[in-house]
Write a protein that binds this ligand. Structure first.
Ligand SMILES: Nc1ncnc2c1ncn2[C@@H]1O[C@H](COP(=O)(O)OP(=O)(O)O)[C@@H](O)[C@H]1O
Ligand SMILES: [Mg+2]
Length: 349
């Protein structure tokens, strides 16, 4: 939106409504701004971006906030219209609480451990934006706007750092508690996979999961590179589904399968060499993500066999359903390869 564009009546109404929401929630909007700002006296909307997700529509509204003590500061709100408002609010609040607890665990852990050199450069604080306001009449919630953050997907540094961030941020979300994975919760997944994977192989993976101590209080459940926002000082997770008692490698497999899906969709016109792609995932992305994950907590005691091939494969096969048939065929083929051939387990042997 530039200053010269004509503004329609509808846009004016939206701006007025957003302005009044910002003024109403003044205290909460400014609580995380480092300088002392006083109250928001006025706002000027600078940019509105919209995103359409499965759960509803999100507007990221950036504004210049005129404050009583600090003059004009950058800020904003995130306005999320949710199909299931109660679940959306509940998940956002739970995610923020969970990460506050994990931050306390982490502060404690650091007292007795030296930070590995690969994770030292990453921000110490991992958190989630607060829910500022709920508007049931229009099924919307307002979340704290994180100024100066970019989604990890847009990170333009080295690929090594991108996967490093992902592994570090996931490990910080999962924490260091050791508990069994609730394999029963994966019954629908195994039932679904029966249509394309041999039963003996599925039984092998069930046994691996039964032995796993990689269970966590919650997995993120939608852990892809656009749901992880980074800044020089802090990392934020957003948009979680929070599924309890699942396996930590589920989220690691999910983030990888999501990136594989994007790669396949972008390259479907060119021919995709399965074995080259699997080789580069196994020998580049996976070690990068696992290195920072492992430096955060020692997970070598948790798994005698790592279920990562299974999770990448199952997420790829499930994702295939969402795509048109050419892309779906490649995703299914790759998924079957991970589950049947276990290239990551073989590499780690
Ligand atoms: N609190 C926030 N601060 C800044 N940007 C945000 C915030 N929450 C979301 N965004 C931006 O909006 C995008 C969509 O938000 P998200 O909650 O993930 O909704 P969706 O359900 O559409 O994926 C994110 O990928 C991010 O770029
Ligand atoms: Mg999202």
């Amino acid at each position: 939106m530039s200053a010269n564009e004509p503004v329609s009546d509808k846009q004016k109404k939206i701006h007025e409504r957003v302005r009044s929401l910002i003024l109403q929630s003044s205290d909460k909007i400014t609580q995380n701004i480092q300088v002392s700002t006083g109250r928001i006296i006025n706002t000027r909307i600078k940019k509105i971006e919209s995103f359409k997700g499965a759960g509803g529509k999100t507007y990221v509204i950036e504004a210049a906030l005129s404050t009583s003590l600090a003059g004009e500061v950058d800020g904003g709100i995130v306005l999320k219209f949710a199909n299931d408002l109660d679940a959306e609010v509940d998940n956002a609040k739970k995610l923020a609480q969970l990460l506050t607890l994990r931050q306390a665990d982490w502060d404690h852990w650091k007292k007795n451990h030296e930070l590995g050199k690969r994770i030292k450069p990453f921000p110490d604080k991992v958190f989630a934006p607060d829910v500022i306001h709920v508007i049931p009449e229009v099924k919307a919630l307002i979340l704290e706007f994180l100024s100066g953050y970019i989604p990890l997907l847009q990170f333009s540094g080295k690929p090594a750092d991108r996967w490093g961030y992902a592994g570090y941020a996931l490990a910080r979300l999962h924490g260091s508690k050791r508990q069994k994975t609730d394999v029963q919760l994966y019954s629908p997944v195994f039932k679904f996979l029966k249509t394309c994977i041999d039963e003996k192989i599925l039984n092998y993976w069930i046994e691996v999961l039964e032995q796993s101590l990689g269970g966590v209080e919650f997995v993120h459940g939608d852990s892809h590179l656009s749901n992880l926002l980074i800044s020089p000082m802090k990392i934020a997770w957003i948009d979680a589904i929070l599924l309890p008692k699942l396996d930590r490698m589920d989220d690691v497999g999910y983030i990888l399968s999501h990136a594989i899906q994007e790669y396949v969709a972008d390259n479907i016109g060119i021919s995709i060499d399965d074995s080259k792609l699997i080789y580069s995932i196994t020998h580049s992305w996976v070690p990068l993500i696992l290195t920072t994950y492992k430096q955060t907590y020692d997970i070598s005691q948790i798994y005698s066999r790592l279920p990562l091939d299974f999770f990448i494969g199952s997420h790829l096969i499930i994702r295939a359903e969402l795509w048109e048939k050419d892309i779906a065929a490649v995703l299914t083929r790759l998924g079957e390869n991970f589950i049947n051939e276990m290239p990551i387990s073989k590499m780690l042997e």
